[in-house]
Structures are given as C-alpha cells and as structure tokens.
Design a protein around this ligand. Structure first.
Ligand SMILES: [Zn+2]
Length: 77
C-alpha cells in the first residue's frame, strides 16, 4: 500500500497536517492540533491557509476615503 498522503504545515501552529488524497482547492478542514479553520489554497504543493482569511488588501481605513479623487497622488520615494 502506497502511503502518499499529502501533508502540509498548519499556517497557525506549524504542525504537519495529514490530508486526504482527493483534496481540492477550496476544501475546508480543521487543524487537528490547534483547531484552526483552514482551507486548501494550493494542491501542488499542498498549501493551507486560514479559512476566514479575507482577500489581501491594504487594510488601512479603505472605507472612508473611497470617493475622494486623491488616491493616486502623493507618491514620492
Ligand atoms: Zn494548527
């Protein structure tokens, strides 16, 4: 019997989690070590991320000046 169970580290506690072979992207699981809600974000290689993770945007108050027309200026290095 071939034991090719995919294994991926938990993004939260870092422990290896054994996954089932018929894994799909978007599959949700719970870390058996720390109970984090995780989601498969990649299959090859297998990669896990938090299921409740929001799309990565800049989270500095992006809901209050959206209709100001000034978000393309002041960019100096
Ligand atoms: Zn964990």
């Amino acid at each position: 019997m071939v034991s090719s169970v995919p294994v991926a580290p938990c993004p939260d506690c870092g422990q290896k989690i054994e996954l089932w072979p018929l894994l799909k992207v978007g599959e949700e699981l719970v870390c058996p070590h720390c109970d984090a809600d995780l989601e498969v974000v990649s299959i090859d290689p297998v990669e896990l991320d938090w299921a409740y993770l929001e799309p990565a945007t800049d989270e500095d108050d992006w809901d209050d000046d959206w209709d100001d027309d000034d978000w393309d200026d002041d960019e100096d290095e």
